[in-house]
Design a protein around this ligand. Sequence first.
Ligand code: NAD
Ligand code: DAU
Length: 339
Amino acid sequence: MKIIVTGGAGFIGGNFVHYMLNKYNDYKIICLDALTYAGNMETLEPVNCNPNFKFYKADIADREAVYEIFEKEKPDIIVNFAAESHVDRSIDNPGIFLQTNVIGTGVLMDACRKYGITRYHQVSTDEVYGDLPLDRPDLFFTENTPLHTSSPYSASKASADLLVQAYHRTFKLPVTISRCSNNYGPYHFPEKLIPLMIANALADKELPVYGKGENVRDWLYVEDHCSAIDLIIHKGRVGEVYNIGGHNERTNLEVVKIILKELGKSEDLIRYVTDRPGHDMRYAIDPAKIHNELGWLPETKFEDGIKKTIKWYLDNKDWWQHIINGEYKDYYEKHYSRK
Ligand code: NAD
Ligand code: DAU
């Protein structure tokens, strides 16, 4: 089995590459990544010498480059993680989100049609459903919740989902889509809530909480997301959408306070800052479909996962400090000029 993992130098894609190479010693995993600011070859350092792993630096929206890789590798499965993924950046600069998340998805599916694959899997997000009110804890996103996006990021992800469904209906492309809640764990880029707060707390810097910190996210340990995608690409029904989430709802303020407590730092470090425009209030996934159809259940409770994550950031300071001081950008040049 040969799998192309796009965006494999990013947070979830990187964890997925590690997960698949550990689990299947007869699978070839090909990572295709443009190495944007969010892509980091240091995340792939542990697998770089694995004979079952190969890396291509390429943009998913570059048709010629993508076709060339498909022609050469003849993959069975594509798992598309590649995306611009940060909501705040999409508010500052929406254009690149359309280019990568929409156009790039279209190019990948055209390559799948041209060269033939057994499965195209689109890694989507719960943000395509918009948000839920704080005063209705009985409501959850199901796969039938209408798409109702808030940010340029979520609109671009929803557009990509519609395109994937259209390629299935019109061209019979064998696709699946997963929509997951907020992930956390190792290799999470320190611009996102949890790693940013860990890094700032360790440096005794202020922790910027948007608005009143009341917004709720449904946190899932990244390895549980990987196991869900593994199940979907092997056993999921073609043409279907699967929600992924573990009923781990927390307000942002709760998360920040847990991090400060674990690190023995004072809550005085918290600073309330101007809210994110269009800020979604609450995300909450109903994972009944993936549980009932595929038997998936998350393994890591938030209380354990957050401790493991903090320990990982303490044990791997080089990884995130290289990002903060910009050194990680030189890694590709250094690493590949030696080859
Ligand atoms: P990330 O920003 O950490 O990583 C994205 C990766 O994609 C990087 O390695 C980057 O270099 C690569 N990339 C960006 N543009 C590219 C392009 N044009 N061509 C090739 N590679 C490109 O993102 P993440 O948090 O790991 O998210 C991965 C996927 O999962 C995204 O599609 C995101 O929408 C989705 N998702 C994320 C979360 C979450 O909590 N982080 C939750 C649900 C879904
Ligand atoms: O739900 C899935 C989504 O989760 C993914 O599709 C996105 O790619 C991923 O980035 C994430 O989106 P969020 O916007 O929820 O994640 P972020 O870490 O940016 O913010 C989490 C919450 O914390 C959100 O309510 C905004 C708040 N926040 C964030 C930052 C960076 C702060 O209060 N302060 C901050 O500095």
